[in-house]
Each structure stands twice: as structure tokens, then as C-alpha cells.
Design a protein. Sequence first.
Length: 417
Amino acid sequence: MSTTAATQPPPSARSADQQPEPPAPPQPRVVVLGVLAALGLGGLVWSSSGPTTAALYAVGLAFGVVLFHARFGFTSAWRQLVAVRQGAGLRAHMLMLAVACTLFAPILATGLSFGGPTPSASLAPLGVGVVVGALLFGAGMQIGGACASGTLFAIGSGQSAIVLTLGGFIGGSVLGARTLGFWEDGLPAAEPVSLADTPAGYTGAWLISLTVIGAIVAATVLLQRRGTVPPIGRPPHAAGIARVLRGTWPLWVGALLLAGLNALTLLLRGAPWGITSAFALWGSKLLDLVGVDVTSWSYWQDNQASYEAGVLGDVTSVMDLGIILGALIATGLAGSWALHRRIPGRLALGAVIGGVLMGYGARIAYGCNIGAYFGGIASFSLHGWIWGVVALLGTFVGLKLRPLFGLGNPRATDSAC
């Protein structure tokens, strides 16, 4: 996904002695609007759902700030690796996953929590739905221009085309919820597999995970040595303390903070960070308003408590809204909030189609780049690793389809999302 900062030349294009460009001035109206909206929604969540849900809403705000400032990309990391063999983004993923595994292991092993439910791993069955869903999601990311987390923080940043991606995401999620029974009951699947189901327990699972992560890091380094690989592009950032509130953070900082926030989510919620189940809820509630009996679907019969809790009672929903508002406030402080009013027709079509593919894929694969890839791998689920490999294959498909929607050839200097 491109941001307003993406128009700046990459670091390699600037002279070695050139100082970082000063950041744009803050946008007070955007900041005030974001803060007021964040406080107002936080008050509603606290009053309707209690302090734990309100605390998770605050974690969502923090996720939005980190995602924006670090420009931490999932879509772009896979795109850069496949298109130009640039592995810096994927290595940032591996750092995030290594730290998350290190934090998750003792939490899951001991059942440590902050007064909420006992933490449980994010495990999912291994079936055809996982493979098909991850493939659809990987392709949809490249066509729609964002992943699940990228969609939310891009909306907070004023990227109007991504609103269309979100609309497709919601529609695809609802369709996935409606047809999930076919993928669960009509096709073969194996039981969930946890790397901790060995005599070595979570210690062994942690060692296995770090070994795989190390091998992936080594593979990306070796891949980059084959020919000339362009450097990863990063927007110019402020110098000194101003960088904290208004500049671009290093990818490694984003990786560490995202891992820590996911562990905090596990301690508060009893489950890792997730995003896309909220989209199925939002779309189903809209259908309910026009008379569609969504509660008869097997998906909602299995998740009746979430449906009855409503949007403000659904932890995933309030965290998603927190991500949007956190990114809005961060973007305003950085002076880079901009509403793009003109969207070319083919780009708009790609945004919707990409969103539908991601929404449907996430539901039948039991998660997205956050719930399945990040949360699954951090929980030592084999499902998470399978999802990541197949989504990478889907990236190849998505890159082939991008020109149909007026999307240019990807470069390592593309901004992340």
C-alpha cells in the first residue's frame, strides 16, 4: 500500500551526507478529532463491557500507533520477497515471531493471566479450507493493497481506496461464515497439531520454532545474494525525540512492540490478537437489520455468545476500532493524514475483489495474517506455518493479477502495509 510518504525518494536515492528531512507539521484538527473519538468510544466500551474489554481497546489503540509508525507490512514483505528478492520485511516478521514465541511459551505453559480467562493457544484443524483460504488471502493481499491489519491502519491514515477493501473484506467474511460448514463438514480435515504436544512441551516447541525461524532468515539472506537486490524503501523520518511521535520507526522496533502487544492481549483476553472475525460480525449484523436470519447459520450457532455480545461487547471489534483510531491520531501527529478522493475505476475494483478474497479466505482458513500467521505460529500451531507458506504462494498469483487492476510492478521501495 502506498502512503503519502511514499512519494519521497528512498534512502538510496539521497546523498550520504543529506540529513533526514524535517517532518510535516502536525495536523491539530485530525489529532483532536482522533483523541475525542478514542475517548468517547473508550467510555462506551468501559460502560457497556467493563474494564478488561476497555483495556483491550487501549491495546488496539497502541497497535494502530505501532503499525503506522513502523509501517510494518505483511503484504509488502511478501511482495518484496517474491518480486525483487528483498527479504528485510520477512526478516522483521521472523524477529516478531521469535519474540512472540518466547513470550507465549511461558504464558501458555503456566496459564498466567491478568485476571481474565486462562490463556489458550490459537490452534486450528488442518484441512482443505486452510490451504484454499490461505491461497485466496495471499492473492487478495496483493490485489487489494493491504492485509487485515494494514486495512485498518490505512483507513485511519485516510487511505480512501482501502475503505473499499474493507467493504469487500466484510462481504467476503460474511460469505465465508455462511459457507464454513461446507469446508468443515464436507471435506477431509485433520485435528489441530500443536508443536507443544511432545514430551518436551512448550520448551521443545519454542526450540523447534526458533530453528525454523532461523532457517528462514538464513534463506532470505542467501536469496538476496543472488544478483542485485534494491534496498527496502522507508519514508524519511524526523531526527531525535521527534521521531517517537512524528517519524518512522525502525522495522525491528515495530517487530518487538507488536510481539509484546500480542502477548499482552493473550494475558488480558486469554487468546492471541485477531482481526477478521469482527468483519463477519459487522456484516452479519447489517444483514440482520434487513431481515436475514444469520443466527441460523452454523457459524453463528457455534459463536452465539459473540453474536449476542454485539459490536461493543466483542473484543475483536473494539480492538479493530482502536487500531483505526490509534492510526488516525498517529497520522495526525505526523502531519501525513490525507484523504484520497479520486480512485481510478480499476483500482477500486481491485480493492473490492482483493477484500472479498481475503475475507472469504480468512474465514475458511481460521484466520488471517494476524490470527492464523502471527497468532498461530506464536501459539506453536502447525496450522500457522502451513498458512504462511501457502499465503506466500498466493502472493505469486496476486502479483500476476495486479496489472489487470492498474497496479504497477512492485518494487522494494514501495511503502509497507
